[in-house]
Write a protein that binds this ligand. Structure first.
Ligand code: DGL
Length: 274
């Protein structure tokens, strides 16, 4: 039992893809207490409207704070692009002035802006994330000379969830999505979706060595560590029992099997009602 439950780092995703981001964070910062929450009952978010994604994410934020999270990372790119700004600017100041919610897009955009040499950055993401154009906004805010080329990839999440990442079909679909970006001569590619880290090797084969690939699991962990160093008032509130709790709004064998694959070891999960 935890001595004090008001002390988790919360990691939220529309389903289990965010477990890949959590894995990177736990690897870098193993001492903290983590509360993973996946909205598996309502996944996917990537094909939904901005308004609905905001509403679902806001509900999850309420739920996670009520369950003892001190800070929440929206590991879901679609939630980060459709809901984060409004939650940070309007919802938190009104309802949780002492709590924090962070996203994954800005860390990835900062890393891409630092790495690109020719100032041409490619993004692959869900339809919702591409439509929001938040990656483009953040990249050009950091450096107005950066040119951003995006491609929505609606078939990649189902491919990963079906375990088909090594199939011929996956290769053909990846080529279809990546070739237009290669033609634009991008030198940096953001994998702007929780699931795409699982496809990194296959993507590397297609784009070759000259394109730098930004995978969020590594980048977000590094940036979160830096964030805690810069915010001792947040860091000091976090519990340090080194526990990880997995929770989801629906629980099937798939969550356990894929979640364990994404986390790199066997997980146990609890079903929670929002
Ligand atoms: N987690 C979502 C993201 O990173 C992908 C899955 C979904 O569409 O819900 O955008």
């Amino acid at each position: 039992m935890l001595k004090n439950k008001e002390n988790f780092v919360g990691v939220f995703d529309s389903g289990f893809g965010g477990i890949n981001i959590l894995r990177g964070i736990v690897k870098k910062l193993p001492d903290y207490n983590y509360f993973y929450f996946g909205d598996t009952a309502r996944t996917p978010y990537g094909t939904r409207s901005k308004e609905i994604v905001y509403e679902f994410t806001r509900q999850a934020v309420d739920f996670m704070f009520a369950n003892g999270c001190e800070i929440i990372i929206l590991a879901c790119n679609t939630a980060s692009s459709s809901a984060l700004r409004k939650i940070q600017r309007k919802y938190l100041p009104m309802h949780y002035p002492a709590k924090k919610v962070l996203g994954v897009l800005i860390p990835a955009a900062e890393e891409a802006a630092a790495r690109t040499k020719n100032k041409r950055v490619g993004i692959i993401a869900t339809e919702g994330t591409v439509r929001s154009a938040v990656f483009a906004r953040e990249l050009t805010k950091i450096n107005p000379q950066i040119k951003v080329f995006q491609n929505p990839c609606p078939l990649l999440v189902p491919i990963v969830e079906a375990g088909e990442q090594n199939s011929k079909a996956a290769k053909l679909i990846l080529e279809k999505y990546l070739k237009p970006l290669i033609k634009k001569n991008v030198d940096t590619l953001i994998l702007g979706c929780t699931h795409y880290g699982i496809l990194e090797k296959q993507i590397r084969k297609i784009v070759g060595r000259s394109i730098s690939i930004i995978s969020e699991a590594k980048v977000v962990a590094k940036k979160f560590k830096d964030y805690l160093e810069r915010h001792p008032e947040v860091k000091s509130k976090l519990g340090k029992d080194g526990v990880v709790f997995f929770n989801s709004t629906d629980l099937t064998g798939k969550f356990i099997v894929l979640g364990s694959k994404f986390f790199g070891k066997k997980i146990k999960a609890r079903k929670m009602v929002l």
